[in-house]
Ligand binder design. Structure first.
Ligand code: GAL
Length: 139
């Protein structure tokens, strides 16, 4: 895994924080991923994984040392060298994902103790131009 970005928020990223990533897949992109992690025990609360080879977005969680049931999103608004913006934020029930301000999916929380989700990372085939992490005003 090639890490492109990582940030820790010891007080917890969920619910209420919005993560906004601007970037562009390189010409030979195969996949990239955004992971919301629990630092304490290496769980991945939310793995968001666009795969160019499948034209699908695979979402999953890694808990108790194994991957769970995949959720596939067949909306695939990514193209090589096409700039995009992803926003992910969570409320108490779901992660909500927007691409270029259109909502494409939501992912129901599997890690229930939201305060333990303290790290976000971006990896693999993506050239990042900016990352913004802000608290949503309604929390
Ligand atoms: C695996 C892959 C992991 C992750 C997982 C999601 O096949 O190796 O990186 O994407 O699927 O279910």
């Amino acid at each position: 895994m090639t890490l492109r970005f990582e940030a820790a928020c010891p007080e917890g990223l969920c619910p209420g924080w919005s993560f906004i990533l601007k970037g562009e897949p390189p010409s030979e992109a195969s996949k990239f991923e955004i992971n919301f992690l629990c630092e304490r025990d290496d769980r991945i609360a939310f793995h968001f994984n666009p795969r160019f080879t499948e034209s699908d977005i695979i979402c999953n969680s890694y808990v108790s040392n194994r991957w769970g049931q995949e959720e596939r999103c067949t909306t695939f608004p990514f193209g090589a060298e096409e700039p995009f913006q992803i926003e992910i934020y969570s409320d108490n029930e779901n992660f909500h994902v927007f691409i270029d301000e259109s909502k494409i999916m939501q992912y129901k929380h599997r890690v229930e103790d939201l305060k333990t989700i303290t790290k976000v990372q971006v990896a693999n085939d993506i050239n990042i131009s900016s990352v913004e992490i802000t608290k949503k005003p309604f929390y």
